[in-house]
Write a protein that binds this ligand. Sequence first.
Ligand code: IMP
Ligand code: MG
Length: 182
Amino acid sequence: MKDDQIIIDDLIFEKYIQENDVYQRNVELSKELNDFYKDKNPLVIGVLNGCIYFMMDILNLCDFDYSVDFIRAKSYKGMESTKLNIEYFSDKKLIENKYILIVEDIIDSGKTISNIYKKLSTCKPKNIKIISLLSKVESVDEIDIDWCGFKIENKYVIGYGLDYNNLFRNLKDIYKLNEEEK
Ligand code: IMP
Ligand code: MG
C-alpha cells in the first residue's frame, strides 16, 4: 500500500487535498468570518459527526466571541444515501434572534443542509449562514453556501472528519475515491 493511498473493501482512495492546503484555506475563511461576525456573537452549530475537526480548527483561528452547539444528521450508510435523521441537542429558544452559523463537513446533494436550514429558520434566528469544508454543488434549493473551503468533483471523500462507515475521520489529509483503478 502506497503512502498516498488507502485501500478498504476493494476500494482505493488516493490523496486529494493536503493538510497544509486545508490549513491555508482555513486561515482565509477565518478572516472572512472575523469580518462578518465581529460584535455579532453568533451561535455556531456544528453538524455531527463530520464537522468536528474543521469546526475546531476554524474557530481556533477566529477572534470574535461565539457560543457553540451541535446537531446530529445521519444520512449515509457506507456510500449510499439513506433516510435523513436530524437530532437536536439545544433548547431551540437559544436560536431566537441570534446570528447562526451552521458548520458542515461536506455538501453533496444538499438534502441535509436544506433540511437543517429550513428547520432552524422556523426558530426565528436573526440570520443564518452556512460554512462547509467541501461542496459538490454551489447552491441547493435556493440556499447559498456562504463560505466553502473547496468545491470538489463528485467523488466520495474521506479524512479530516469525513468517514467511510465511521472510519478514517482521523486522517490529516483528504482522500478521494479512485474509481478507475481496481
Ligand atoms: P447531502 O445531504 O447529500 O448533501 O449529504 C450530506 C452529508 O452526507 C454530509 O454531511 C456527510 O456527512 C455525508 N457525505 C456526503 N458526501 C460524502 C463524502 O464524499 N464523504 C463522506 N461523507 C459524505
Ligand atoms: Mg456532515
